[in-house]
Design a protein around this ligand. Structure first.
Ligand SMILES: NC(=O)c1ccc[n+]([C@@H]2O[C@H](COP(=O)([O-])OP(=O)(O)OC[C@H]3O[C@@H](n4cnc5c(N)ncnc54)[C@H](OP(=O)(O)O)[C@@H]3O)[C@@H](O)[C@H]2O)c1
Length: 240
């Protein structure tokens, strides 16, 4: 692990997948980890509040409960996210598109606003974005739009955290429930861009949640070399 050790962290969406992997790796290095999700984190963490991040009005009270007495977070990972249906834009239901924006983008606003309003010092913020935020492949629909919006959300909030390094980070492929859905439930003939993902599953091209979490934690110092507010793809960072 490069740079200063992380003693306190907030990870959203830590009940499964990448968020759970990050929580476990951070706890293994001795960090106190606080988290938000609907199902709750299966690990005994420093703090865990169950909240539906699609319910905007519930997020500020959840943050107040979660971070009562916390004055500094070395790392904040805005990780919670939804994939939605793989579909054409014409087929996409507007209620689903709105929900994707609510969870993948707007839920992060009361989270960051709470940190600012309560003067909680933050060392580094990472919002988990995706290569889909820039690729625009057929079928990615509201997910791509929400992650592209998340990139700009990070760029704008970076001005309001002048003493904090803040990036939108695409983690590359991670073998989680989200990828399981893609390879099991999607018509790969119709959406050929997804074939690459199906082929990667079970190979080194799609590591598991803890392996990618470790890569992210090892990348934190190198990430700080990029200007705050930028979108960065983990796979493009210079190797340590
Ligand atoms: N897997 C990949 O290859 C990949 C690639 C690029 C980017 N990403 C991004 O990585 C992040 C983590 O995804 P993952 O692959 O680890 O998938 P995952 O296993 O499905 O994890 C998603 C996490 O987000 C939480 N979440 C979703 N909707 C929520 C809601 N309404 N309220 C509260 N929490 C909610 C889930 O918690 P609950 O269900 O308990 O609420 C869960 O902990 C996402 O932002 C995703 O877009 C993943």
């Amino acid at each position: 692990m490069s740079g200063k050790p992380i003693r306190t962290a907030l990870v959203t969406g830590n009940s499964s997948g990448l968020g759970l992997g990050l929580t476990r790796m951070l706890m293994r290095q001795g960090a106190a980890v606080y988290g938000l999700s609907r199902r709750g984190c299966p690990e005994e963490t420093a703090g865990d509040v169950r909240v539906d991040l699609a319910r905007y009005e519930d997020i500020a009270p959840a943050m107040a409960q979660l971070l009562d007495g916390v004055e500094r977070l070395d790392l904040v990972v805005l990780n919670a996210g939804l994939l939605g249906q793989i579909q054409s834009m014409q087929e996409a239901d507007i209620a689903e598109l709105r929900q994707l924006m609510d969870v993948n983008v707007w839920a992060n606003k009361p989270i960051l606003d709470h940190l600012l309003a309560h003067g909680i010092e933050v060392g580094q913020i990472i919002a988990i974005s995706s290569g889909a935020s820039v690729s625009g492949n057929f079928g990615w629909s509201g997910y791509s739009i929400s992650k592209a919006a998340l990139n700009m959300f990070v760029q704008l909030y970076a001005h309001e955290f002048p003493d904090t390094h803040m990036h939108a980070l695409a983690p590359g492929l991670v073998d989680t429930a989200m990828q399981g859905f893609i390879s099991d439930a999607v018509d790969l003939e119709r959406f050929p861009a997804l074939k690459r993902l199906q082929e990667a599953r079970g190979t080194d091209a799609m590591p598991d949640n803890e392996a990618v979490a470790q890569q992210i934690l090892e990348s934190l110092a190198r990430l700080r070399d990029a200007p705050s507010g930028r979108f960065v793809d983990l796979r493009d960072l210079p190797k340590p």
